[in-house]
Ligand binder design. Structure first.
Ligand code: FES
Length: 179
């Protein structure tokens, strides 16, 4: 592994080593045309490790999986789940697809912004929460839809925003107590 590159983008070397070990464990044959099939798996792992997928991480993955950087960035931009900018530990994603928008997703988004005192695309000062918007996530029957980390909330109203946030604020407090 080329450690100079890792330092170049200011991310911990240990995190690259963890990703390196993971990619190694997949035993990807760089000559195999099906290697692109590993990309999503590797990107999931990388986002879990780093929290986001900046260009330096993308290039590292491209080199180690044996695919062009454009393939990596293409997959990232196709899936809403992946992000190239840092997110909060708890990521609140509001679907703004047509069905959700019609059913009031805009008001729900505003309520999250008011509650957390941050705007869409921002991370709270303590790094604990961030808000972003998604295109249709394919659950229109549940519109408006909000996803907090991996949990999906359907038929969300502005009144429920405080209750949803309380779950995660309490969870944060419990973790902090255990430290
Ligand atoms: S528009 Fe939100 S899930 Fe389809």
């Amino acid at each position: 592994m080329d450690s100079n590159k890792t330092l170049e983008i200011g991310l911990p070397k240990e995190q690259f080593e963890e990703l390196d070990r993971y990619i190694g464990s997949l035993k990807i044959d760089k000559e195999d045309e099906r290697r692109t099939g590993y990309l999503i798996q590797v990107l999931h792992k990388a986002q879990h490790i780093f929290g986001y997928l900046p260009v330096g991480v993308q290039k590292f993955i491209a080199e180690n999986v044996g695919v062009p950087h454009s393939d990596v960035s293409g997959v990232i931009s196709f899936y809403n789940y992946f992000t190239t900018v840092p997110r909060g530990k708890t990521r609140i994603s509001v679907c703004m697809g047509t069905a959700c928008f019609v059913k009031g997703a805009g008001k729900v988004l505003s309520e999250f912004e008011r509650y957390l005192k941050i705007k869409n695309g921002e991370v709270s000062e303590d790094g604990k929460f961030s808000i972003d918007i998604l295109r249709c996530v394919g659950a229109c029957g549940l519109a408006p839809v909000v996803i907090v980390n991996d949990k999906v909330y359907g038929n969300v109203t502005t009144k429920q925003v405080g209750d949803i946030m309380a779950l995660y604020i309490n969870e944060e407090a419990t973790h902090a107590d255990k430290k």
